[in-house]
Design a protein around this ligand. Sequence first.
Ligand code: 5AD
Ligand code: SF4
Length: 440
Amino acid sequence: MNERDSEAVAAQLVAKGYAMTPDEQHADVILLNTCSVRDAAEQKALNKMETLIGQTRKRNSTAVLGFMGCMAQSRGQELIDQLPDVDLVLGTQKFHRAGEHLNSLLTGQRNKVVDTSEEAGSEATIREHLLNGASAGKAVTAFVSIMQGCNQFCTFCIVPYTRGRERSRSIKDIVGECHELANGGVKEITLLGQIVNSYGRREIGVKDGKSAFVQLIEAVHEVEGLERIRFTSPHPKGYGDDLVEAYACLPKLVGNAHLPVQSGSDRMLKLMHRGYTRARFLELVSKLRAVQPEMGIGTDIIVGFPGETEEDFEQTVSLCREVKFDNAFLFKYSQRRDTPAVAMPDQIPETIIQERHARLLEEVDAIRGRKLREYIGAQIEVLVEGPSHRNAARLEGRTRCNKIVVFEGGERLAGQVINVKITDATRSTLYGDPAIMNLN
Ligand code: 5AD
Ligand code: SF4
């Protein structure tokens, strides 16, 4: 989500005549996009800004330094009080105003700007892309923001406070953006939102038994030139049968689902205000695998939520063994201001959280490694994204079920769907050789 928001702000500034620099040492404007979901992310952003202030002010006393995103939203003026060198604080409904605020700061009309108020219609302003951006090369994949905010109020989560209530863009507007991206050569689109399957619940509603989100996927499916559609993140609670069935009916919808479970214990799920039980979650996984046995299923898990006993934690371990997630992001519970969980009894000591986190990490990594090794010898469809992040001499792409595959090949393959024969696997990556070439 933040990558997408940053790209939209960069595209807005490029359209106004700014140029991107790959090197922050030469920048006249530096905006840090921030995350508040855990305290570590906030501390990282604050430390980064302190370093930038030290480096930038020495060479350029008039450079503009700013925070944007969730931490900007939740802390506002406090950030300038703490770091007086910061010039701009731009909230989550104000990304589209970056250009005008920079203009007033750079021309000296204003000395500091803090803009964190709500703005009707802001959900429709994250739409510009940098298709041939600073990273060069043509984009093969793109993110499309379909909604902002969340109404779920999980008791640990700061997002409803920093991103506001759910607001959805229109299907027409989103499809228009997808057409432009496909015309620019994009082959895969990921529909983004804090809780994507709540998309359009109020604004659009159910039609012919189909939720607004499924109506949207069907409309995006019609876009010519697109090969793959993904989305993230859905909430298990609202994962209706219409969405499960969409995997069977819509070939461009890839067999991958990121389903944040958070805990395997019903007692914890209730305290977290998640709105489903362990049994309901397992039922959803079975339904998805019944439609597509090869479905890649990922999750997010919080370790050490207040009151988590050893038995509760063991329930999470056993859920992971049962589901065998293809990918699991594990988070140590972090107290967030104004959330109900902060005031709950039995906060778990850091040492116990660390120990449980390490234990679960070993478990989920081993499961993932075993699942990846099962692919050795198989031929698998890969959308080639470009040079590998770890070794630019090789190529990298993704399977439909969202596994990263690294292989040899020339850059002209970027954007193509090819078959790759898997020859090796680590705990996170598949390695292979291009086999028969498909299509294009
Ligand atoms: N502490 C730890 N992890 C959190 N997440 C959200 N809030 C917190 C918190 N207070 C995790 C959840 C969510 C992911 C994006 O971040 O697992 O799914
Ligand atoms: Fe946060 Fe997701 Fe819960 Fe919304 S559904 S409150 S974004 S964890």
